[in-house]
Design a protein around this ligand. Structure first.
Ligand SMILES: [Zn+2]
Ligand SMILES: [Zn+2]
Length: 137
């Protein structure tokens, strides 16, 4: 009988450990969801003409809110893999007069399509220069 009691104790411990692991796993997942709902980007504010790192809800269309001046005038930097320049995509006003990036996106310097959102440290060649961002109007 002693052996059986030991076995039961071990099972109880194992179940408790698994439950604890389960709770931890849930917590981690919840954190990841929170992080994934907000994204960080490198952008340029057309209102205060400043380079900013901004946080925005996932799926939010530009312009984003500026952490420096609070204006909704931040556009993400794009990077060209051909000429290695950073640029703000060409924009057009929508019916409400808000500037929206024109899709598809082409490099503002060389005009090629080999471009994507810029993430510091995720490009093979660091940007050689920034193309002058467009005016705010
Ligand atoms: Zn600003
Ligand atoms: Zn280019």
């Amino acid at each position: 009988m002693e052996g059986l009691g030991k076995k039961i104790t071990l099972i109880v411990i194992a179940v408790a450990a698994l439950t604890f692991a389960g709770v931890r796993a849930c917590r981690v997942t919840a954190n990841q969801v929170t992080v994934a709902n907000e994204l960080v980007g490198d952008g340029f504010c057309l209102a205060c003409r400043t380079n900013v790192q901004f946080v925005h809800p996932k799926g939010e269309e530009p312009p984003h809110k500026c952490p420096a001046c609070n204006e909704r005038a931040v556009y993400r930097w794009y990077y060209c893999s051909e000429c290695h320049r950073r640029f703000i995509p060409r924009m057009e006003k929508d019916i409400e007069g808000t500037l929206r990036p024109v899709r598809p996106t082409y490099c503002a310097a060389c005009g090629c399509e080999n471009v994507g959102p810029y993430y510091e440290g995720f490009v093979e060649v660091p940007p050689i220069e920034d193309v002058e961002p467009p005016p705010s109007q």
